[in-house]
Design a protein around this ligand. Structure first.
Ligand SMILES: O=P([O-])([O-])O[C@@H]1[C@H](O)[C@H](O)[C@@H](O)[C@H](O)[C@H]1O
Ligand SMILES: [Mg+2]
Length: 246
């Protein structure tokens, strides 16, 4: 697994270097190995070479390699790329230019009724009983709304967020993601007309890296909920997007 991860990381780093003068930034394992996790004003890449590690290790059933580049802060992210290798789907977004899956434009769901909405979620990796209690009590609240459905996510935060961008689910909720889990997909979601929020409804992108990462924290955690922002200038063809995604 370590070799596979390293190969994927090397590939991502080589691609980042070919793309220009950037400072390669975060990869989950490199940060765990003690490398710094500090955003500067330099153009920076945030890389999670394999997202969905648990699935990958257990069954190889879903894993993604994804990269994103930011300029200083996530709200100023320039582009994001998520590749779902099993589905052969490349999700891309460039700031101000929309979000795409294999070249087809994406738009978040237009569903406004929470009771007709599907919320995806993940349980993350933190097994601290206090955190688990919080997770289940917040899930209880969501279920009691009641939403139309809640599903365990795909096993990768990056793909779950792409499901939101594709309009396949109305929201994705998780407490405990790291900045490398969400950087690329957050731009894909926002370019598809969605938003990224913390549990208090504030812009989560700012807190995701403007706080902890800038201070050099080794992990950057936040909770995210996406919903439609009302943006109307994103080109869309819902039917082709749904077919494209499934
Ligand atoms: O460890 P990893 O597979 O790269 O990333 C994890 C996955 O995206 C998982 O779906 C999410 O629930 C975790 O919060 C992430 O940390
Ligand atoms: Mg990850």
């Amino acid at each position: 697994m370590a070799d596979l991860w390293q190969n994927a990381m090397d590939h991502a780093v080589a691609a980042a270097r070919r793309a220009g003068q950037v400072r390669v930034f975060i990869g989950e394992e490199s940060v765990a190995a003690g490398e710094p996790c500090i955003l500067t004003d330099d153009p920076t890449w945030i890389v999670d070479p394999i997202d969905g590690t648990t699935n990958f290790v257990h069954a190889g059933c879903r894993a993604v390699t994804w990269y994103s580049a930011v300029r200083s802060l996530l709200p100023q992210m320039e582009f994001g790329v998520v590749f779902s290798c099993l589905e052969d789907k490349m999700f891309t977004a460039r700031r101000g230019s929309g979000a795409f899956c294999n070249g087809e434009p994406l738009q978040v769901s237009g569903q406004k009724d929470i009771q007709r909405s599907i919320i995806a979620t993940e349980f993350g990796s933190n097994r601290d009983p206090e955190v688990v209690d919080k997770m289940f009590s917040s899930l209880r609240n969501v279920l009691c709304i009641p939403v139309h459905g809640i599903m365990r996510g795909a096993g990768t935060a990056a793909i779950n967020m792409c499901l939101v961008a594709s309009g396949c689910v109305e929201a994705y909720y998780e407490i405990g993601m790291h900045v490398w889990d969400l950087a690329a997909s957050s731009l894909i979601v926002s370019e598809a007309g969605g938003v990224l929020m913390d549990v208090e409804g504030k812009d989560a992108r700012a807190s995701a890296d403007g706080g902890d990462a800038r201070r050099g924290a080794k992990s950057v955690r936040c909770a995210c909920v996406f919903r439609r922002s009302g943006r109307s200038d994103v080109p869309t063809d819902r039917r082709s997007q749904q077919q494209n995604h499934r």
